[in-house]
Design a protein around this ligand. Structure first.
Ligand SMILES: [Zn+2]
Length: 517
């Protein structure tokens, strides 16, 4: 049997500093080095993280929010959370989202003037081609309302190339992306005054057609398929959702009313484009099969807990988004983050940790479409003090902190404070046992674009780690597979996340909150 890890107040000499303003007193944050040692042993010597992430990437694969793939994967995830010992697990719906959408088959070829198998993926929430089609490729440069007349009646049955050819940055290909240098981390830490955010100026352009207006025109004109390319990397397809999905809420009707839209890898797209420019006919063959759900369904997060003891009503959370884009298993974005948070929970269970506060693990959905899962969860469970109508729930005060992972699969090198100065000395102390990992940077900056923002936005402490970048990963592309993941990075990340969650759950006080504007 493991002996229970206790909160050792005597382990660290606490230095009490009384603020000269007399507003508050702060204790030196405590680090339980026995707990850290056990977490390190379990996470670095008996790690399960690569096995977990291999199952998720290899067997489960891509997990678009509210796809049949995602629903299957969430059932597996809930069972896996129970297997590592989490309780109160739930697949918790958060909103009426839209209809399910799954890509089941893609086949894309250039037939003439030379045979070339091509790589492409449909945008989500587009229809299939309704069988195998052969079509001539044509360049279309449709920008303004005036351009509509030029193309009207000329596009029937064509495969239209609707984006300009994409430049490949050969120099960037050769260099790869280095890990963060000491200089770079130092610069982050030295930026003690965060520069104000300048919102980009939007110039109104009434004559420019919106992407969804262009697609409606192509459909009305009877094109066979829309081909496009956004990626500047050889081999990489970047393709997201059909234009307009945010407004039409992933609707079946709008999906079926769209032309098939396929994003193509740049080298294949550019080749077709150059041949057409020579006035030599290009013929392609394409077949796409997509499954579109019949009825609007709810999207869901997956939740589980390690129950607390004397402070069990108070909550510490860790999490990561489980949803991905659809063209690969998205090993780095964010399957690795899910594996790390799950492994952190497994480590804590394996060492017999008995946290004072409840540690809740959350695997979000809808992140890639705009943080929907975490935002709805936060509003439902904690509320929003800035919203006079809803206010906050009793759980709002009992919440301590949320730690997120979603900046790729690179190693944690520090943490961003999101402007919360009171968290500085706490994180500095909690990171001290991980200096040998290269984890030592505390920066006042705010990181954005992922699920901790949903907490931060309502005044709850939510943090994202500063991470290394790993060369060769292609988040949001068809190239994001298990093969680029680095075992040591993920093992270390799980250890750090476990230790941060544990210390937050054991601390005398909940995580201090920054002053609200
Ligand atoms: Zn992500």
């Amino acid at each position: 049997m493991h002996t229970m890890i206790t909160h050792r107040k005597a382990a660290v000499v606490a230095i009490t500093m009384v603020s000269f303003l007399g507003l508050a007193s702060a204790q030196q944050p405590q680090v339980d080095l026995v707990a850290v040692a056990r977490i390190r042993e379990e996470g670095l010597q008996r790690s399960r993280v690569m096995d977990t992430v291999s199952y998720m990437t290899d067997v489960l694969g891509a997990r678009l929010t509210l796809s049949e793939d995602m629903k299957r994967a969430q059932v597996w995830l809930k069972a896996e959370m129970e297997r590592v010992g989490l309780v109160n697990t739930a697949i918790e719906p958060f909103m009426d989202y839209g209809v399910t959408w799954d890509n089941e088959y893609v086949s894309l070829h250039m037939l003439t003037p030379d045979y070339q198998p091509m790589v492409g993926f449909p945008l989500t929430h587009t229809p299939g081609t309704g069988g195998k089609l052969t079509a001539r490729a044509a360049i279309v440069d449709l920008q303004t309302k005036q351009d509509l007349a030029t193309y009207r009646g000329t596009l029937k049955g064509l495969a239209v190339l609707v984006t300009p050819p994409v430049a490949i940055d050969v120099a960037a290909l050769a260099q790869g992306v280095p890990r963060r240098t000491e200089d770079e981390l130092q610069k982050l830490e030295d930026t003690v005054i965060t520069p104000p955010r300048v919102a980009p100026r939007v110039v109104p352009t009434p004559d420019l057609l919106k992407a969804e207006e262009k697609m409606a025109f192509y459909k009305a004109e009877g094109v066979s398929v829309v081909l496009q390319c956004e990626s500047g990397w050889i081999g990489a397809v970047r393709g997201f959702a059909r234009p307009g999905t945010k407004d039409d809420k992933w609707s079946r009707e709008k999906t079926l009313a769209s032309p098939p839209i396929v994003a193509v890898t740049p080298e294949h797209y550019n080749r077709m484009y150059r041949i057409v420019k020579r006035d030599i006919p290009v013929t392609i063959e394409v077949e796409v099969r997509n499954r579109v759900g019949e009825a609007v369904e709810q999207a869901a997060n997956v939740i589980g807990e390690i129950p607390g003891t004397d402070l069990k009503d108070e909550v510490v959370m860790v999490g990561a988004h489980f949803d991905t884009w659809h063209a690969s298993p998205n090993a780095s974005d964010n399957t690795s983050g899910v594996a790390v948070a799950l492994e952190a929970a497994r480590i804590l269970k394996a060492i017999g940790a008995r946290p004072r506060r409840t540690i809740r693990v959350a695997f979000w959905a809808g992140e890639e479409q705009g943080l929907h899962g975490s935002r709805e969860y936060v509003l439902k469970h904690f509320g929003n003090p800035k919203d006079a109508k809803t206010g906050v729930t009793p759980q709002y005060e009992k919440f301590s902190v949320y730690f997120n992972q979603d900046y790729g699969a690179g190693q944690f090198r520090g943490i961003a404070l999101q402007g919360n100065e009171q968290a500085r000395q706490i994180f500095t102390a909690w990171m001290a046992p991980f200096h040998d990992f290269g984890m030592r940077t505390v920066a006042i900056q705010s990181l954005g674009s992922t699920d901790h923002v949903s907490f931060d936005n309502v005044g709850l402490p939510g943090f994202q780690f500063i991470q290394d970048r790993i060369p060769g990963t292609g988040g949001h592309t068809n190239l994001d597979f298990f093969d680029t993941l680095q075992a040591e990075d993920l093992m270390k990340n799980a250890v750090v996340m476990a230790s941060f969650a544990y210390h937050a759950a054991m601390a005398d006080a909940r995580m201090p909150r920054k002053t609200q504007k």
